[in-house]
Ligand binder design. Sequence first.
Ligand code: ADP
Length: 398
Amino acid sequence: MSSSHVLVLNCGSSSLKFAIIDIHSGSEVLSGLAECLAEQQPLIKYKYDGEKQTITLSAGDAHQVAITRLVELVKHLNLDKQLIAVGHRVVHGGEHFTHSVRITPEVIEAIKQTSALAPLHNPANLLGIEAAQTAFAALPQVAVFDTAFHQSMEPTAFLYALPYSLYKEHGIRRYGFHGTSHYYVSTQAHKILGLDKDNSRIVSAHLGNGCSVTAIKNGLSVDTSMGLTPLEGLMMGTRSGDIDPGIFAFLVNQLKYSPTQVDLLLNKQSGLLGISELSNDCRTIEEAAAQGHEQAQLALDIFCYRLAKQIAAFAVPLGGLDTLIFTGGIGENSDEIRRKVVSQLGFLGLTLDNEKNLAARFGQLGIITTTNSPCAVVIPTNEEWVIATDAATIAQEQ
Ligand code: ADP
């Protein structure tokens, strides 16, 4: 059989997630995470052939070293000969990129130009691209953008009611994120539920540490809850989601926060963590709430209320709602959050099947509503699969 492996790289500011996917079988041949990069104790954890292993790096080692060690590992495991492409997750593609592309010097330049919109993410993604180009010079490299799926939004959905010049001159608009995940689960929903792609109204809820909801009409994103940055929209693990922007001025003028402190507060100290004052982790919050922790319960209640409100709002651009998808760590596992959300959407006709809701957990796909209800379905996401197949397709085009 011909070579069929794609290396998928997701380079964060201090971490590097990687996987080698066999695009014929869909299986993950190798997967792992390099973490604490450029810190005191960086290390690589990986899983191969069912076994988990760890490689210790030296203090201060960063992305280039991690990728060099990853290359050594790939060669040691004899996996390099089978590779046909490298696929990179890139967070922000701005308005440049409406789909995945083969990486060229022009593409790198465009990603650099977009870095002002994602100053933490895009430079890290570029580090991964440059390191992988050095290590795998002969392989085609492909960029897959988190924002690309949402480029089908109309100006009515993507413009803020700010002076128009801020959009024209500085690109300040809503872009949306988690596009690869929303695309994957919605195409899976079309297949699994036998939906007519030209006549479908889907809301997809990606609920992980970051959370976003997307309205997908006839296969295209028409609106999404995240904006210029991943801070807008739903309440998340540590992010506030929507707030009155006047709070920014209040914090700065009255409480003497610096803009950097406000940014930290909204991105790292808010959300489930901020309200519960306990944790950003949904499992921990659910356990504490079950034992009577009032702020943990309040955090869950606010999370579900805001999520239900956002899903219902997307019935406007869709003109109704036929299918609601839950995905991401919380969406795939928390029967409790799904129950609370669906119960608040009863006016749209959604009725939960409690047994099916309990069954659809821990990677188990399944419809969780009764037969006469609009369909709510749990679909485990697989962003690596989209990146691998896009990379393989584009690599084979030339
Ligand atoms: P990321 O956005 O970093 O990829 P994930 O999609 O893995 O994150 O989601 C992480 C979230 O999923 C955490 O809040 C975690 O507590 C939650 N989660 C995972 N398993 C469960 C579970 N069994 N019940 C409730 N929440 C869960």
